[in-house]
Design a protein around this ligand. Structure first.
Ligand SMILES: [Zn+2]
Length: 209
């Protein structure tokens, strides 16, 4: 259960716009079903990884903004930060193509998941009985390749995600190598990826841990 204990106020670093956001004293993401790409429902915090867009068009995350004490806030201002759209993120990456920052990595990860949302929704809604095809365009593939580069440089490498990214690209050999490096404590996760790899399945898939 999530417990809401009022609002917190921030001022963005980019242009000083004030926003308020819900203050979750305890957030729980209890789920029965998970997606292998870590995505969730469109526009949920799981889907965008907390990547927000400011009124001025800049991309930001709430923790990096200026926290405002309630005394100096305009509490009548009910502006809430919006999740960044695909267009917002593409614009951001165009400007920050070569930047090597955590925010660029987060945006790439978020964009990867948001681009999988179309597939996710079609897959959930199989009401017309049609086979749902998983396809990546060149831009999506390039984004995934860059995300792999970023992820491999992390202090803690998430091999489940690396296996997932390679698998979605159809690079099953690399996916298998990454899956074999998933920590032994996460044997069930390793099994999830290896089974998909054995079947040459590229699409993100739901699983129950
Ligand atoms: Zn701004």
């Amino acid at each position: 259960m999530s417990k809401i204990s009022g609002y917190k106020y921030i001022r963005t670093v980019c242009c000083g716009t004030q926003y308020r956001h819900l203050n979750f004293s305890s957030i729980s993401f209890q789920q029965d079903v998970y997606w292998t790409d870590g995505g969730g429902l469109r526009n949920s915090s799981l889907s965008t990884y907390g990547v927000k867009v400011c009124n001025c068009g800049e991309i930001f995350r709430i923790p990096e903004q200026i926290k405002l004490p309630i005394e100096i806030c305009d509490t009548t201002n009910e502006n809430t930060p919006q999740n960044a759209s695909l267009d917002d993120m593409m614009r951001f990456l165009l400007k920050n193509e070569e930047a090597n920052t955590d925010l660029v990595e987060l945006v790439r990860r978020s964009m990867w998941r948001v681009r999988n949302d179309d597939f996710r929704e079609a897959y959930i809604d199989k009401s017309n009985g049609e086979e749902v095809k998983f396809e990546l365009d060149e831009y999506a593939k390039e984004n995934i390749r860059k995300l792999i580069e970023f992820s491999l440089k992390s202090r803690y490498v998430n091999y489940f995600e690396i296996a997932e990214l390679h698998r979605e690209l159809g690079n099953f050999q690399e996916a298998r190598e990454a899956a074999s490096r998933i920590d032994a404590n996460d044997a069930s996760l390793r099994k999830v990826q290896l089974e998909l790899i054995e079947k040459n399945i590229q699409q993100p898939t739901t699983y129950t841990p």
